[in-house]
Ligand binder design. Structure first.
Ligand SMILES: [Zn+2]
Length: 348
């Protein structure tokens, strides 16, 4: 029988006693002058175990007896014993817990990545239009506080939009801002903001119609509202976990203030293009403007239209989508002189 060396503590004093260790399959035996111990493996708890050091504890109540050993032969024996004794259950239980934890964590992460956009959509669809209007109005006030809107051009833009004869539960209001920014964006509830810098890039009324149909879709399909919820959801979760509501309030204010700079996901942008084309078709308007609009952006790569270009669908695939739509949908295109009239006024 092999014998090993270790140091025994009785748990009542800090005095270490050098002991001789022996074992069988189910027990460890400690021997020294005046000490004879039999520790069944099932009643031993491992405190620490490395290749160089082992510390185990015996007993189920304080004070615990303890055995430390730096005897590598004993550590090897101990590890082998554990593989065929009750400790194996402990290890497999730990393994099971680790797997369970990983599983729960994966659900959490997946839920965050995929569930959140879905949940944001569900919540956004339940928000009454009047709430969206209030939210959009407040955001607009904040955003336009330092910008100059052009009243005449705003009026012309709204008249242009009316000529598109788009049906909606939302009352769409368009604001023309006199800034060189090449951008446009939609707010929850019906406000659309278009910048002078972007209008300057437009070549004809079809492009303006396409741009407005795209922005209108963001309103109609509640994309902006969805974006807020999606943006907020992470903070709501963190606040719920940490109990810190200050961060949540601040984030809400920040999100509402920056609605115009929130970019949409690839899916929402694609939906805005597709539904926008559908709207144009229903009103016998050409989709050619959408194609040429993207082509303009492509030619001048330095034009970064935040809302239209920030997200992932690349321009080539968007152009291709418009081409496919136009091939599949043949319909009579009606010329609307009013559209070209208002467009010319805008470009003056
Ligand atoms: Zn968009």
């Amino acid at each position: 029988m092999n014998t090993y060396k270790g140091r025994y503590f009785d748990g009542k004093t800090s005095r270490a006693v050098e002991v001789t260790i022996t074992n069988d399959d189910a027990n460890i035996y400690l021997n020294a002058e005046g000490i004879t111990k039999k520790w069944p493996l099932a009643e031993i708890t491992q405190e620490d175990c490395t290749r160089q050091f082992l510390s185990i504890r015996f007993g189920s109540a304080f004070p615990y007896e303890q055995l430390d050993s730096t005897d590598k032969a004993f550590i090897d024996t101990w590890l082998k014993l554990n593989n065929k004794s009750g400790f194996r259950h402990l290890h497999s239980a730990t393994g099971f817990l680790a797997v369970l934890l990983l599983f729960v964590l994966s659900i959490f992460v997946l839920g965050y990545a995929y569930g959140l956009p879905w949940l944001a959509g569900v919540v956004a669809n339940k928000v009454p239009i009047s709430y969206e209007v209030t939210l959009g109005e407040n955001a607009l006030k904040g955003m336009l506080a330092e910008s100059k809107t052009n009243e005449l051009k705003s009026k012309q833009l709204n008249l242009f939009f009316k000529q598109l004869h788009i049906q909606s539960d939302y009352s769409i209001k368009i604001y023309y801002v006199n800034e060189e920014v090449v951008n446009a964006f939609a707010l929850p509830g019906g406000n659309i903001v278009v910048y002078d810098g972007l209008v300057k890039k437009l070549k004809n009324e079809n492009e303006l119609a396409a741009l407005l149909a795209h922005e209108f879709t963001h309103v109609q399909k509640r994309h902006a509202t969805r974006n807020i919820f999606r943006n907020m959801a992470g903070y709501i979760l963190i606040s719920a976990l940490t109990g810190d509501m200050n961060g949540l309030t601040q984030q809400f204010i920040l999100t509402a203030d920056n609605l115009g700079t929130l970019s949409y996901s690839r899916e929402l942008e694609t939906e805005a293009d597709d539904y926008g084309m559908q709207v144009l078709k229903e009103n016998n308007l050409s989709c050619a403007g959408m194609k040429s609009l993207f082509e303009t952006f492509k030619e001048e790569e330095k034009i970064a239209v935040h809302e239209l270009l920030s997200s992932h669908p690349d321009l080539d695939s968007r152009i291709e989508r418009v081409e496919i739509f136009m091939q599949k949908n043949s319909y009579d295109i009606q010329q609307n002189d009013s559209l070209s009239y208002y467009f010319k006024q805008l470009k003056k």
